[in-house]
Ligand binder design. Sequence first.
Ligand SMILES: [Zn+2]
Length: 185
Amino acid sequence: MTTLPSLPFDSPAAAHDLEVMRAQLGRDMRGVVSIARRCSCGRPAVVRTAPRLEDGTPFPTSLYLTLPWLTLELSRLEATGLMAELSARLERDEELAAAYRAAHERYLARREELGDAEEVRHVSAGGMPTRVKCLHAVAGQALAEGPGINPIADEVLAGIAGATELVCRCDASAETTSENATEAR
Ligand SMILES: [Zn+2]
């Protein structure tokens, strides 16, 4: 197993973060290991989860996007058929395909740092290594690892205003503090 550089934005998950994620997702986030990336206001944006949940279920998506506004933007993009377009480009563009495969390998190696779930050992997330099936999953990786790791996700995020730098739009979603509501304007 190759040793990877540490996740550049990783920070511990506090009890408050779990509450914020519950508000973001409308359910408890399971298998939380740490917060891999935060919104510019400090709330969780990408959560790092264990490869296996407490009940033993393998959980391959170990970098999980929780930020409501970005989740919604990506769902809107998915509805436009962008994933089919990106998957087709992967078939044509060898260089892009190689970089996307490397992102897949990186995903597996990163998850393996947290332990093994042999059922999903070769399964990463989002359709990697050859297809794009979930923009949320690939965006989770790109936001957690920083730019230059997942070219497809980097490109998708670059096309959404405020996504790369995670501009705070939390005031538009359920969990709001007075401090955030003024600051985000
Ligand atoms: Zn925010």
